[in-house]
Design a protein around this ligand. Structure first.
Ligand code: FMN
Length: 191
């Protein structure tokens, strides 16, 4: 049976071997069989410039926006840079956020995960992300914050390996899936 939901995974780090990307991949794997996941390439996006926000959109922008539109929900896994959202991730959200009341982000459930080498787990970036997503009329999933401190010690051979955190995060996925079911109830698209 095919998975009922389709997710778009967005890593807030472009670093090869990024802990955030390893976390994202581990959570996407753990969410099978409920969902399939494809990944965004936010490093390919140009710097946001409103002059470029005209048809035809830059190809990387058009692809990113189409990926969001085609997903039932987003999973963002990000580090924290200088107590905030990494610029590359904020840039991506800005590209996805227009027009304000009709963007691909509008109404989209978004599960936020932050991680850090520090025990604070990127929680400040998490709250900035919630603000930015609320501004874009997206729907941060109402679940206890998924913050991962000391993340480097939980990566083994490039894979995120922390069963407790994965189980905790899966509760957030379950809440997101419930929201998606409510979204489509009556439409017959999902069981
Ligand atoms: C420019 C920069 C700023 C950072 N600022 C913070 C910070 O404010 N809080 C924090 O917990 N870690 C901070 N860090 C450390 C990152 O959490 C750590 O490098 C993390 O592993 C990066 O994520 P990644 O492995 O997904 O690339 C910073 C790192 C960089 C490169």
């Amino acid at each position: 049976m095919s998975a009922p939901f389709h997710l778009l995974g967005i890593s807030g780090s472009l670093r090869a071997g990024a802990f955030s990307t390893a976390v994202l991949e581990a959570l996407a794997d753990a969410s099978v069989p409920h969902a399939t996941c494809e990944y965004a390439d936010i490093g390919a996006l140009p710097h946001f410039n409103q002059d470029l926000y005209v048809e035809p959109l830059p190809p990387a922008v058009a692809r990113f926006r189409a990926q969001i539109a085609g997903a039932d929900g987003l999973v963002i896994s990000s580090p924290e840079y200088n107590h905030g959202v990494p610029g590359v991730l904020k840039n991506a959200l800005d590209w996805a956020s227009r027009p304000h009341n009709g963007s691909p982000l509008k109404g989209k459930p978004v599960l936020i995960v932050t991680s850090s080498q520090a025990f604070t787990g990127g929680v400040r970036a998490q709250y900035q992300l919630r603000e930015a997503l609320a501004s874009a009329l997206a729907r941060p999933v109402p679940t206890p914050e998924i913050v991962i401190g000391g993340v480097g010690a939980k990566i083994v051979d490039g894979r995120f390996h922390d069963p407790f955190t994965i189980e905790f995060a899966l509760n957030g996925f379950a809440t997101m899936f419930e929201e998606m079911k409510r979204d489509t109830r009556g439409a017959g698209a999902h069981p």
